[in-house]
Ligand binder design. Structure first.
Ligand SMILES: [Zn+2]
Length: 387
């Protein structure tokens, strides 16, 4: 995709791939003579897009929260569920009890569901261990996904996700004694591509998050943040001040936060799966983000509590239907902009020099990807030039 057409679409286009990379893209009628005798694959009238990118997931976790979902629908309150061992704590317990192999094995079916829809890159966060050993185990399992499946994996350290029970009421001590030392240990082991946090009344306040960001900065790691999901604590503004790759959720983001993100070039990662599951009503400020040219990505937020979602195509539909994004914005949000949210410049577009990560679809117009619900028109996935 390139050029001035909507979506940067090229009709009757051709892509030249050498090894794992794209070397040329343009009209079939203008393929350079140098490529004339190259092996050709004819995809007919099908649409080819960049491989999709899920820029925000928690696919590595232990346990299962389906029963909790059922309890809630049978009328149990959050407190009753928490007392029965539910909520994030049940995932923390399940994750702490799982071996690295078990974490990997339970993540792979979720990853496979994403790949079946043309995904070629996923971000995976830690944040259900909340102790050094388990956070490292989660990140090692995340790294191994890329050995087990043809997919790119970017990891985010999310030690500042919640305070574990053994530190209940001592959030500051948890950040200083566990979260930051664990970040340093994970970085030393090469397990961290970015550092994330959860800035919210039910999680950490901006001063606590800032200490984690300072530690990230000292290690030369980029930051991102779960911000303004349930209230406005100024998290996105803080993230922008640290040059964050992205601020995610941002339903309650205000004009100040939008302006800060625009100035810093921070991507807005919108997560309609969590909005849907939590039956939220406050929509992210999409029109303001658009006006201020803040790029918008869309991601599944796949996690066992607030977004048990493993379909990026459904996420695109939700982005359009729930958040009023356009199908063109939705497709950019799971390709080009998603790559930017992960700090990747070698994928997310069809352009010379980039990795040949492609999705071939049995459709003729890209709006169909966002329009249909529960339909997967993937014909073929190409990862690094390999089918
Ligand atoms: Zn999340």
């Amino acid at each position: 995709m390139g050029g001035d057409q909507p979506y940067g679409m090229i009709e009757d286009g051709a892509i030249a791939v050498e090894g794992s990379h794209i070397v040329w893209v343009g009209l079939q009628s203008e393929v350079p003579a140098a490529y004339a005798d190259w092996q050709r694959v004819d995809f007919g009238d099908r649409l080819i897009t960049p491989g999709l990118i899920d820029a925000h997931t928690h696919v590595v976790f232990g346990g299962n929260r389906a029963v909790e979902f059922e309890m809630r629908l049978n009328g149990a309150t959050y407190e009753e569920i928490a007392r029965a061992g539910g909520g994030i704590l049940s995932t923390v317990n399940g994750t702490r009890a799982a071996t690295e192999d078990e974490l990997l094995a339970s993540a792979l079916p979720r990853v496979d569901a994403l790949l079946a829809e043309g995904v070629s890159c996923i971000e995976v966060k830690s944040g259900y261990g909340l102790d050094t050993e388990t956070e490292l185990r989660m990140l090692r399992a995340a790294r191994r996904i890329a050995q087990e499946r043809p997919v790119r994996v970017k990891t985010s350290f999310l030690g500042a996700h919640a305070t574990p029970p053994e530190y209940a009421g001592r959030d500051d001590a948890y950040i200083d004694e566990v979260c930051i030392p664990t970040l340093r240990a994970a970085h030393a082991e090469g397990l961290v591509d970015a550092v994330d946090g959860f800035c919210e009344g039910i999680a950490f306040d901006p001063t606590q998050i800032e200490r984690v960001f300072v530690a990230a900065q000292e290690l030369g790691l980029p930051v991102k943040l779960h911000a303004e999901q349930l209230s406005n604590l100024g998290g996105a503004k803080l993230a922008a001040a640290y040059g964050a790759l992205s601020a995610d959720h941002i339903e309650y983001l205000d004009a100040d936060g939008v302006a800060a993100m625009a100035t810093a070039g921070t991507v807005a990662v919108l997560l309609p799966g969590a909005f849907y599951t939590l039956r939220e009503t406050q929509i992210p400020p999409v029109e303001m983000l658009r006006q201020q040219n803040v790029p918008m990505a869309l991601a599944t937020d796949c996690n066992p509590g607030s977004s048990p979602l493993t379909s990026l195509l459904l996420t695109m539909n939700m982005g359009c239907t729930l958040f009023r994004m356009t199908p063109e914005e939705a497709l950019a949000g799971v390709t080009r902009v998603a790559a930017r949210a992960l700090g990747l410049d070698n994928t997310g577009m069809i352009a010379p020099g980039l990795s040949a990560d492609l999705a071939v679809w049995d459709i003729s117009h890209p709006a169909e990807l966002s329009y249909r619900i529960g339909f997967n028109p993937l014909h073929k996935r190409i990862f690094g030039g390999e089918e």
